[in-house]
Write a protein of this length. Structure first.
Length: 261
């Protein structure tokens, strides 16, 4: 099994256990479940930077990135920096995240929050809403066309934005449907971990204009983003570049300031 297969295998066991412990009815009774969500896609359409900043402690490809920061400081720092939204990794085993991180981020800022997770069950979408998320991520590589449709329609019924992540044209073609808001191109091959911005460039013309285009992974400099803007991208997901520092918010602020100069 490659790393993606391992993550999904473990995620299915994790979700089955959670479903046995906490019912969807309990999730729906959460105080946050009925809060008005904030649209990340609308923020990106009206932004000059398009930065979605991520909270990420570690990853399978890079091991530990930063275990020493608390989520509250990162969230308030990102909000002060003027980012469009914040991505919060909630996978524990491979990324060191948790749903508690999402709760703390929600309490600390008014940014649109993306629950960055390997979603393989409707339960996780209800869970995302009950923990304060505004956006969910669906990964085309681990879902069938029917699952993408089912999950994205459920998310829209809960007023959640949907970011659909693809790695190649086959994934893109099976995934295009009206219940998506944003299509993200991951420049990192999840099977080999190699990164290439050519992936975003190549797929840019294949993404219909009604979707906000987001580029993900390997975005470490201003020039890359300026180049991708010419290909129609309006969103740029950056995690490691900010998180590997002692003050992600300050670094994000400087980055955005330079980008908008």
């Amino acid at each position: 099994m490659n790393i993606l297969d391992k993550i999904v295998f473990d995620k299915r066991k994790e979700v089955d256990l959670k479903k046995a412990l906490i019912s969807t009815q309990q999730l729906e009774s959460s105080q946050l479940f009925n809060r008005a969500t904030v649209s990340l896609s609308e923020k990106l359409k009206n932004s000059s930077s398009g930065i979605i900043a991520e909270h990420k402690r570690r990853s399978p490809s890079k091991s530990i990135i930063n275990n020493g920061l608390n989520v509250q400081d990162v969230a308030t720092g990102y909000e002060n920096a003027g980012v469009c939204g914040m991505s919060v990794l909630t996978d524990g085993k491979y990324f060191g995240g948790s749903l508690d991180d999402l709760i703390v981020a929600r309490a600390s800022c008014n940014l649109p929050l993306l629950r960055k997770e390997f979603i393989i069950d409707e339960y996780q979408i209800i869970e995302a809403k009950s923990y304060g998320a505004d956006v969910i991520l669906l990964i085309a590589a681990i879902l069938t066309q029917e699952e993408i449709k089912q999950f994205s329609q459920l998310a829209k019924s809960l007023n959640l934005d949907v970011l659909l992540e693809v790695h190649n044209e086959d994934e893109l073609q099976k995934s295009i449907m009206p219940s998506l808001d944003m299509i993200g191109v991951n420049n990192r091959n999840l099977k080999t971990f190699e990164v290439s911005l050519e992936t975003s460039k190549t797929l840019s013309t294949k993404i219909p204009d009604e979707f906000v285009k987001v580029s993900e992974s390997g975005l470490s400099n201003i020039q890359s983003i300026q180049t991708l803007k010419t290909y129609g991208y309006q969103g740029f997901l950056i995690g490691e570049n900010f998180m590997k520092t002692n003050n992600p918010g300050v670094i994000a602020k400087e980055f955005i300031k330079t980008l908008e100069a």
